[in-house]
Ligand binder design. Structure first.
Ligand code: NAP
Length: 506
């Protein structure tokens, strides 16, 4: 079996490691920059962090857990991933405190030299692997807004993905810059203790109630004992996401009018102040950006001192966030909002699939350069989101065009692990040293994606984290079942194949 380096120990890296172990393959190392497994579920510890996909679907199909409620909170999901690492004996393969900084393909050897630094690794090390799998996720690099004066604010400022738990928010006026999936989870929690919360919102989003509930001991017992009950529960959740919710991801959606009506009704039923209601009413078609699920965001605005501020932020001073009303003449009125703490909930660098890694393939080709977008052209792309021409034996999990707006990413990750296992087995069986996806295969696949994505909801707006220069670089276009079918088996005909060199006699 080839020697395999896996970068990252979130759902994707662990998921591949588990499948390798289940098939008796031990020749792999998982490099993790942090000191524990979990990826995004280790890093995001903000108050109220939870998953907006039900856990029975947002989990590996083969490993159940006693989920306390339908939509699990971050500590439970992190505990699940640690449980998986232990259960499948991945600990001996994990190298914590190890940041992969660069990888270079050696064409003569048909293998990768992987530079590892940071944490426990003094001065850096280089290791040789036949295969490198990048499983670093799309939501691991916090994005800070470019706001004049933000770094001169006198009080605490931190990003939602790097929550500073030493800052006591009790009795403080807390600002949230951003009102996305993370903010609508932490705002209701911090509002309970803060004197006041002001949410600086650029774009109002569609919010749908979660209707969360606890699972009873009886339900969990039944799920533990009965595979049929487990599969039925998963099937029900899959059906609602991949069959019903998927329709919202289409440009012409049949369920959009009804879904928007229900979301607006929820807004009207919960928020009593007409001005706040107007500020929270989205103007873009539902599905064009991530739909938000919450049972307590609107409710917290009614119950606590939470204000939605929609005027754009013009600057930050030592003790205030300054907003300026929109004005065509450019002389809008400014208001100083005195705040004590600023929480930055502005999301992630979702298109830097590799940063800060430098990846060099055949003929010195640099993958960061190849994936850079110029004038709306180019941008990250791969075959099936997994392999890239010019970069043999380098594979991605949760790579370009594999994110979902409607269902569980773990379904995609399991498909990618299955595909990679199929490829690795064929490489071992046929004594293949390296495989490189053919340029024409990658091009045909991406041409097809571009055609189909033109009919997706994501092109109905100009900007979101799914888009780069107007091109959808992050999302998969179909249902999870189509992706699973297309990744069920790796076809060697899609690749240039380099046989392993025979040992020389004597
Ligand atoms: P996000 O969805 O990208 O939201 C960022 C927010 O910050 C938006 O309100 C955005 O406004 C605002 N913003 C960005 N730059 C700004 C600026 N310069 N000035 C003012 N406002 C600015 O980020 P997120 O909330 O961290 O969530 C990111 C993704 O993580 C989600 O889409 C979701 O896929 C995932 N997530 C999942 C869960 C889960 O339950 N599974 C939980 C949290 C996050 P605009 O909308 O105008 O750009």
């Amino acid at each position: 079996m080839p020697q395999i380096a896996i970068i990252g120990s979130g759902f994707a890296g662990l998921g591949l490691g588990i499948q390798l172990k289940r098939q008796g393959i031990d020749t792999f190392t998982i490099f993790e920059k942090a000191d524990e497994v979990g990826g995004t579920w280790r890093a995001n510890t903000y108050p109220g962090a939870e998953c907006d996909i039900p856990s029975a679907l947002y989990s590996y199909s083969f490993e159940n857990f006693d989920w306390p409620n339908k939509w699990s909170h971050q500590p439970v999901i992190k505990a699940y991933l640690e449980h998986c690492a232990d259960t499948y004996h991945l600990r001996p393969h994990l190298r914590f405190g190890s940041t992969v900084t660069a990888a270079r393909f050696d064409e003569d050897a048909g293998a990768w030299d992987v530079d590892v630094g940071g944490g426990d690794v003094d001065g850096g090390e280089t290791h040789r692997f036949d295969i490198v799998v990048s499983a670093t996720g799309q939501l691991s690099r916090p994005r800070w807004p470019d706001i004049d004066g933000l770094d001169s604010f006198d009080g605490p400022v931190f990003h939602s993905a790097e929550w500073d738990h030493d800052v006591d928010l009790t009795g403080k006026h807390v600002a949230s810059i951003g009102c996305g999936a993370s903010a609508i989870q932490y705002v209701p929690q911090i509002a309970k203790d803060a004197a006041k919360v002001t949410v600086f919102q650029r774009t109002p989003n569609w919010v749908i109630p979660k209707n969360d509930r606890d699972y009873s001991d009886f339900e969990n017992g039944l799920i533990r004992r009965s595979r049929m009950a487990r599969n039925l529960r998963r099937f029900g959740l899959w059906f609602r996401s991949d069959v019903v919710a998927y329709d919202l991801m289409r440009k012409e959606s049949r369920i959009r009018p009804l879904a928007q009506k229900l979301s607006k009704k929820h807004l009207h039923d919960t928020i009593s102040d007409p001005a706040t209601r107007a500020a929270l009413t989205p103007e873009y078609p539902m599905g064009a950006k991530r739909v938000l699920f919450s049972d307590d965001f609107y409710e917290s605005i009614e119950e606590f001192d939470v204000t939605i501020q929609s005027d754009p932020i013009s600057k930050v001073t030592g003790d205030a966030i300054v907003t300026t009303t929109r004005s065509e003449s450019g002389d809008g009125n400014s208001t100083d909002h005195d705040v004590d703490v600023i929480v930055v909930g502005t999301g992630f660098h979702t298109q830097d699939f590799l940063t800060p890694m430098q990846v060099t393939g055949v003929d010195g080709r640099d993958l960061n350069d190849e994936w850079a977008a110029t004038d709306g052209q180019g941008g990250p792309q791969a075959h099936l989101g997994i392999s890239v021409n010019g970069f043999p034996n380098l594979f991605f999990m949760y790579g370009p065009n594999t994110n979902l707006g409607h269902s569980s990413i773990v379904l995609m990750i399991e498909s990618q692990a299955r595909y990679l296992l199929s490829l690795f087995h064929q490489m071992a069986r046929d004594s293949i040293q390296a495989v490189e996806v053919r340029a024409e295969v990658q091009q045909a696949y991406n041409d097809e994606l571009a055609d189909r994505l033109a009919d997706s909801a994501w092109v109905l707006i100009e900007d979101s984290w799914y888009l780069q220069g107007g091109k959808v670089t992050n999302n998969w276009v179909g249902r999870t079942t189509e992706y699973r079918r297309r990744t069920n088996h790796a076809d060697l005909a899609d690749f240039h194949v380099t046989p392993r060199a025979l040992p020389t006699a004597g």
